[in-house]
Design a protein around this ligand. Structure first.
Ligand code: NAD
Length: 464
């Protein structure tokens, strides 16, 4: 099923007053659903809670919390007393009686380690039945944690088939990930870290925005797949942070250093440490500091008998990124490749542990003619000391270090003319213009050509 993707950045959303108090059904009254039911009612919505479990239906229906969660009981009770919350086991009817359905059924791990879709599929069939017998527009907002593609490829087709209606036209499909922390979920609902709405049609996004307006006036509207992915990425990031902090703790203890003192200082750096910096997919890390110091910490840990799997494997992850660039270049079949940007980062002529050198060496070993250009490196740049470092740091680059001066091409136009394929490692206007003027295919390691850029050239991004 192909649903149209909209460029939401181009569209101004005007919440419709008529959708401010949509009637909402919530399927699955577990941790997520019970909190949604309570909190949506606290915003003045009529909410129908749906579950298969008679005990949960009765408990929530009485205004009691089915789980231990701060303020949930009080909020549910208020909703029931105010006549805003009711419960049922009849999902089809609940769909007919409401405008929007939030889906928060379980998505346990399947026997093969993947996601068990059986609860989603069962719910989708009932929702399709309800929709078939409903006249108006209805929005289905998926809240489960699911692999990207599930909302559109698993849930939507079932609803379409059973209802006989078309997603994006007769009904809306959204993915609205749930970011609330158990234990403080009610407080988080009213002060969310962010609100993300993945949608395929503007009307549904508008309706969802109106629902969240009292707690978040600036929700992030995106594609369904990006919204699905972000939920996983958030949790993987949180897990990464926990493991990182714990590895630092395990390393500091035998060294008799207070890990909390260290991390208290670490978190005060909001420019480089706790910031978007270093958090954009791109090329491998390099230079004279990161590789060397990652190795040093791994070595320190080994000497102290401490197992730090995450830190010890950073160089493996970095090598995988370099390998990816090599694979992409090889896949072009080009016999002449031009590399734009050689230093480990722009604005420097520092070639020490520059990861593109590994790519150039591998391609050269394949018999490919490789030429390189760098705005900060010319024939006059004294790079010999650096090349000695390159040889010392990575004996595998000895031959490249010897040949590199001859591989440099100071004439950018000549280089782009002669190359069949370009690899761009530094993002700047000079390289963007040169690549566009050449019309040559480019392997983009730095997102020099974002998706919104009209593609004058054939671009293959390393992680996009
Ligand atoms: P849960 O197991 O506590 O609750 C799921 C509920 O869905 C159960 O009460 C079950 O009886 C009901 N259910 C299953 N099939 C149904 C059907 N066809 N019709 C009606 N009810 C049905 O699950 P949860 O912890 O609330 O998580 C729900 C989803 O949200 C999962 O995908 C989970 O990964 C995701 N999630 C959970 C959290 C969390 O903090 N627990 C946070 C974010 C996202």
């Amino acid at each position: 099923m192909e649903l149209k993707k909209f460029d939401f950045t181009q569209v101004e959303f005007v919440p419709s007053p008529s959708t401010q108090k949509a009637r909402i059904s919530v399927v699955g009254l577990g941790y997520v659903g019970a909190v949604s039911t309570a909190c949506l009612s606290s915003l003045g919505h009529e909410v129908v809670g749906v579950d298969l479990d008679p005990q949960k239906i009765a408990t929530v229906g009485r205004g009691e919390s089915p789980i231990h969660e701060q303020d949930l009981g009080d909020t549910l009770r208020a909703g029931v007393v105010n006549g805003l919350i009711s419960t049922t086991d009849n999902l089809s009817e609940a769909v007919q009686d409401t405008d929007v359905t939030f889906i928060s059924v379980g998505t346990p791990t399947a026997a093969d380690g993947g996601c068990d879709y059986s609860y989603i599929k069962a719910a989708a069939r009932c929702m399709g039945l309800g929709l078939r017998n409903k006249a108006g527009f209805h929005v289905f907002a998926m809240r489960c944690s699911i692999p990207p593609g599930t909302t559109l490829n698993v849930m939507a087709p079932i609803i379409e088939k059973v209802s006989g209606k078309v997603a994006g036209r007769d009904f809306g499909i959204c993915f609205n990930p749930e970011f609330l922390r158990e234990g403080v979920a009610i407080a988080d609902f009213h002060n969310p870290p962010k609100t993300v709405i993945g949608a395929t049609d503007l009307r549904s996004a508008d309706i969802m925005k109106a629902i969240y307006a009292p707690v978040d006036t600036t929700p992030i509207v995106t594609t369904i797949e990006a919204a699905e992915m972000v939920k996983y990425v958030d949790n993987v990031w949180h897990a990464t942070k926990v493991c990182f902090a714990n590895e630092i703790g395990r390393l500091c203890k035998p060294l008799d250093i207070d890990s909390h003192e260290v991390m208290d200082i670490f978190v005060q750096d909001t420019k480089l440490n706790l910031s978007p910096y270093y958090l954009r997919p791109g090329f491998a890390y390099g230079g004279s500091c990161l590789p060397k110091e990652v190795r040093a910490v791994a070595h320190m840990a080994k000497a102290a008998g401490v197992d730090l799997p995450m830190i010890a494997n950073l160089d493996r992850s970095n090598a995988a990124q370099i390998k990816q660039a090599i694979t992409m270049a090889r896949a072009t079949g080009a016999k002449k490749i031009g590399v734009l940007g050689l230093a480990f980062k722009p604005g420097t002529d520092d070639l020490r542990e520059s990861p593109i050198l590994d790519v150039m060496a591998a391609l050269k070993a394949d018999g490919i003619s490789v030429k390189g250009h760098d705005l900060a490196i010319t024939a006059e740049t004294p790079i010999h000391a650096q090349l000695a470092y390159v040889r010392h740091g990575n004996p595998g680059l000895t031959e490249l270090a010897q040949d590199l001066p001859d591989m440099l091409c100071g004439d950018l136009e000549l280089l782009t003319d002669e190359a069949e394929v370009l690899i761009v490692c530094h993002a700047n206007d000079t390289y963007r213009d040169a690549i566009k003027a050449s019309g040559k295919p480019v392997i983009d390691l730095v997102r020099l050509f974002p998706e919104s850029d009209p593609k004058a050239v054939c671009v293959n991004g390393i992680g996009w």
